[in-house]
Design a protein around this ligand. Structure first.
Ligand code: GLY
Length: 304
């Protein structure tokens, strides 16, 4: 790609039935990520750095199910998944089921850049984090009172099942998509997964084409929602492919239709097509997302 163009950035803070009293926290969280990262992107920050930085901000925010504030699994532990992908090279890094790390997306980026592999899981990913000198925190530093009491409530509830959280409880996977001034695309997605998930369960987030995909020749997309259904239709790659034949809005809506019709899925996507146009759609009641208009004004929305 040649020339300098105005960059793009869009972030999300999960698609689910967000209770009205939590709207403000979600809107503030996604807006803050754009406010803090977009000026650097305008000054020439590469897209990969921008998506990592934006997701780091969301991982630190206890509002969301990523990094601090993540759900607890069946054993009362936090296991985190994340992925980052470079649209210029199709290179990506991913980690799954890592513990005690505030920024799993940064660990995923190290996998991409410092190993000859793409995807590390569990104890191997943990060992790699130590080799990379990524700080490990005590489990209590990621844990919130909100998630501890939610876990205690559902721990022994035989009527609780995975799809239910999307109807009644938080599903706040976070993600960011950027196009830098050179026209390169990148994406990052990070999550704590689903509440009371089985230990070792991995959802869509770190799986290439499912939780994220980026290709300068089509576009870049980050997904959120019920991971098992997103995996079945490789939602992010599906949406990127649809960018080639449809307007960004149509492509995003069609991808969500495919999720709903083929996998009875629930979720949402944000994206940027190769021409730098924003795309978003969801079939959950709400999805929190934010992006800057060309005027510089930041739009933070919770519904399409
Ligand atoms: N979409 C996040 C998950 O299901 O793990």
């Amino acid at each position: 790609m040649s020339g300098i163009s105005q960059p793009r950035l869009i972030v999300h803070g999960g698609a689910w039935n967000i209770p009205d009293e939590l709207d403000t926290d979600h809107l503030n969280g996604v807006r803050r990520a754009v406010e803090q990262v977009y000026p650097a992107l305008e000054k020439g920050m590469p897209a990969l750095d921008a998506v990592e930085k934006a997701v780091n901000i969301l991982e630190e925010d206890p509002t969301f199910d990523a990094g601090r504030g993540a759900f607890l699994n069946e054993r009362g532990e936090i296991e985190l998944d994340a992925m980052v992908m470079d649209g210029a090279t199709l290179n990506f890094g991913a980690v799954a089921a890592v513990q005690n790390i505030l920024h799993p997306v940064s660990l995923a980026r190290r996998v991409m850049e410092k190993t000859e592999h793409h995807f590390l899981v569990g104890s191997g990913a943990q060992l790699f984090a130590r080799r990379m000198n990524i700080p490990e925190l005590g489990p209590e530093e990621l844990l919130t009172e909100r998630e501890l009491s939610f876990y205690r409530k559902i721990k022994n509830d035989p009527t609780f099942y995975t799809r239910k959280p999307f109807e009644a409880h938080p599903m706040d996977t976070v993600g960011a998509v950027a196009m830098d001034i050179h026209g390169n695309l990148a994406v990052a997605t990070s999550t704590g997964g689903t509440p009371r998930k089985l230990s070792g369960r991995v959802g869509d987030t770190p799986v290439v084409g499912a939780g994220a995909y980026a290709d300068n020749h089509s576009g870049a997309v980050s997904a959120t929602g019920w991971g098992e259904s997103i995996l079945r239709v490789l939602l992010s790659k599906t949406a990127c492919d649809l960018f080639l034949a449809h307007s960004p809005g149509e492509a995003a809506r069609k991808a969500i239709q495919i999720l709903q019709q083929k996998a009875r899925g629930l979720g949402g996507i944000i994206g940027i097509n190769r021409s730098g146009e924003y795309a978003f759609a969801h079939n959950t009641r709400k999805m929190a997302f934010a992006y800057p208009r060309l005027s510089g004004q930041i739009i933070a929305q919770i519904k399409v």
